[in-house]
Ligand binder design. Structure first.
Ligand SMILES: [Fe+2]
Length: 426
């Protein structure tokens, strides 16, 4: 038997943990015991930066009150056709981006996301690359780089290795509604991202965004305080292959499960750069004995690394097993090609491993859904977003969709921005 853990972690859901054959179980379990292969980078693109959690927040309720008095537009739209200056060819566009680079990056911080429409330059991968390089954004690798092979979109054959990744365009995932999430894996989170449309789907496939600061202020204060006090923890994977242990003599089961847990834990922790704890559970699709891998606990709200406001930084919408199942009932289940569905099963718990109540989940789902904006993107349209302030997702679609994404670990001018006093109308 050969089972592939295709997204060493996560969901199906997010694009967050992309399917990629990396770890094999049973017979091939042996292969996971070898140390990870040395990384032979063909690119100088740095790893995704470590997540910046900020300082601990003393009064969540008063921060929510402050957030309610903020005033800004979400997102900001820059439509080439509506600019005061007329931009002709691609060179004109890039020159304009260069001249307005700092203002655009300020808008990303203030507004959370900037939508570019009707630009010619970004219709191709090289043009998109020139756009974000001119803007002064610093690309980083996919946050799950150590175990993921999220495919990149190549430019011309002679260009340097691409930092532009495929968004979740696969035919097999077209009826999977990708819930709202900040790009985040274990301990790494890009600071920003630019999503580009090279070809829109025939139907649907809109890029989804939601304002994390607005979600934060709209969550019921009691629910918010409870989540912050207890913190949160993701289950990033389930290994549902241990039902056979129940056919062994009962006296043997604990030691066999202990050994299996040790092997699996070693294999997983060798592949990721954050610690994963395996918990024995009974459940899953056929109520079988399984091991559930849980990431370290973390706060659901963080202080923004540049401007300091509190923002919702919690992927419950995409990662909650219950919320995902409810969406599957509406849109249909994802069609997995490689048997990964049972492994790529994420969930979210309190940091003390307690279950979040159905009523709290329902409330979090409602607040998130109320804040989703469907961004219909045409060829060459780009959404530049602050990954801490703005969540993203993707609607279901029909036809062929080709969207790309570049993650950024930072940008020129960020240090100068950190020294400023930001005024959000409070
Ligand atoms: Fe994502």
């Amino acid at each position: 038997m050969r089972l592939t853990i295709s997204a060493l972690l996560l969901p199906a859901a997010a694009g967050f943990f992309m399917p990629t054959p990396t770890v094999h179980l049973s017979a091939p379990l042996r292969s996971t015991l070898a140390p990870p292969e040395p990384q032979t980078e063909t690119t100088e693109t740095p790893l995704s930066p470590l997540t910046q959690w900020g300082s601990s927040l003393n009064s969540i309720t008063s921060l929510q009150e402050n957030a309610r008095s903020m005033s800004y537009t979400f997102p900001k739209t820059i439509d080439k056709k509506e600019l005061a200056v007329e931009l002709g060819n691609c060179d004109d566009e890039i020159k304009w981006v260069k001249e307005n680079a700092m203002g655009i990056k300020d808008a990303m911080v203030v507004n959370g996301a900037v939508v570019f429409r009707n630009f010619e330059s970004m219709k191709t991968q090289p043009g998109f690359t020139e756009f974000y390089e001119t803007l002064g954004m610093h690309p980083c690798l996919d946050p799950l780089h150590s175990v993921s092979a999220r495919p990149t979109i190549e430019g011309s054959p002679n260009s340097k290795p691409s930092a532009v990744y495929e968004a979740v365009n696969k035919e097999s995932r077209k009826n999977f509604f990708i819930g709202m999430h900040n790009e985040f894996v274990g301990t790494r989170a890009p600071r920003a991202a630019a999503f580009v449309c090279f070809k829109k789907a025939e139907k649907g496939g809109e890029f989804l965004i939601a304002d994390g600061r607005r979600i934060f202020r709209e969550i019921d204060p009691e629910v918010m305080q409870r989540l912050y006090n207890r913190s949160i923890r993701y289950s990033v994977m389930e290994l549902p292959f241990f039902g056979w242990v129940d056919s062994l003599p009962s006296a043997l089961r604990p030691s066999i499960m202990g050994a299996l847990k040790g092997l699996a834990s070693f294999a997983i922790n060798a592949k990721v750069d954050f610690s994963v704890e395996l918990l024995e559970q009974v459940g899953g699709y056929d109520n079988t004995r399984l091991l559930q891998a849980r990431a370290p606990k973390q706060p659901p709200v963080v202080e923004h690394p540049v401007s300091g406001e509190a923002t919702w930084f919690c992927n419950v919408h995409s990662h909650s097993s219950k919320l995902r199942k409810e969406r599957e009932a509406i849109y249909g289940a994802e069609k997995f090609e490689d048997g990964a569905s049972r492994i790529n099963k994420s969930d979210m718990f309190y940091g003390d491993d307690g279950h979040i109540s159905d009523s709290d989940l329902k409330h979090l789902d409602e607040v998130t859904n109320n804040n989703i904006q469907y961004i219909e993107m045409n060829e060459g349209d780009v959404v530049l977003l602050d990954n801490y302030k703005t969540m993203h997702g993707r609607n279901v679609f029909d036809g062929k969709r080709k969207h790309g994404v570049c993650w950024f670990g930072g940008w020129e001018g960020e240090e100068e921005q950190k020294k400023r006093q930001w005024d959000f109308g409070v």
